[in-house]
Design a binder for this molecule. Sequence first.
Ligand code: F1P
Length: 356
Amino acid sequence: MVDMNAAAGAHTIAEILSEPATWKSCFKTMEQSGELQSLNEKLPRTIEWVFIGCGSSFYLAQAAAASWSILTGEKSRALPASEITLFPPSFLATCQPVLITRSGYTSEALQAAEYLESKLHLKTLAITCGTDTPIEKIASHCIKLTVADEKSTVMTRSFTSMLITLQSLAAIRGKRGEFLAALGKLPDQVAGRLNTIHGTIKSLAESRDFADYVFLGQGPFFGIAQESMLKVKEMSCSYAQCFHTLEFRHGPKSIVSPETLITFIISETGFAAEVQVLEEIKKLGGTTLAISNVSDSTIRGAADYSVELSLDVPETARTAASVIPGQLLGFYTGIKKGLNPDEPRNLSRVVMLESK
Ligand code: F1P
């Protein structure tokens, strides 16, 4: 429930700024319980993993599926929960489904879990931030991150906490001890960078107005670009779009103008190709924001605004941190428009469809 006396967006900004501390608590709980290790032993091998969710949880599924393949070498993909019951793909019969739902109450997620468990006799894994929720009763296995739950309607720390937990499970599964250790360093490193990132995005949002927002990313950063797009839409009621970075060249770039803010979430793997698109879009007259781990002279020459994460961890371990600028951009743009990011227009914290 949103506190009517709280300042507009008070919950959301507190939840964004508490992300590093929340990740730390999640790691500590998981380490003490050994839950991820024992879960890994129970889960089948040589199977395709399907990550399922709605809204932010679907975009998280996209980032988790891409991370999963990188870290385990296993096949993986993401689907919106509604596809499971409306157009069930044949590969579902032999997959390991992972249901992602902050609330544990979303109708399509529950229907998908029910279908996968009862009709296809699959042992689903759920991940949620809720306590005693319906998804726990349906799924065969359930990871609960109650410390990451939120009061705000929009998902911020729940998104990143569920993502790093799924990445931890993938690292355990892929025997990537070095990756797990690097993830453990993430909270302190991000905490050390948060003030600077916060200041850059706050002053950008306060000093400029845009007619349109575009978010671009590739690989695990595509899900992050999608989620950044959703944050700006939800919290600031702005027009926002998302594309794979190189796809932006194939038609969408026709919308480029100084009134369009084009945010590039630049990977290390695709660095050269993605930076080329940044240069091209700058030449076409777009306003550009580059989010990269480190900047170089090309980025500095082509980006009007730049956020350097400066994290000493592998690329995939930077995925969660890469969404923070988008979360802050949505928040401060919403505040500037006089909106309350805790309670976006037309939205509720949980989407429960009426049953016919
Ligand atoms: C997630 C979701 C959010 C959205 C809204 C309603 O549901 O659809 O993406 O912002 O707040 O809920 P879930 O993760 O709880 O299933």
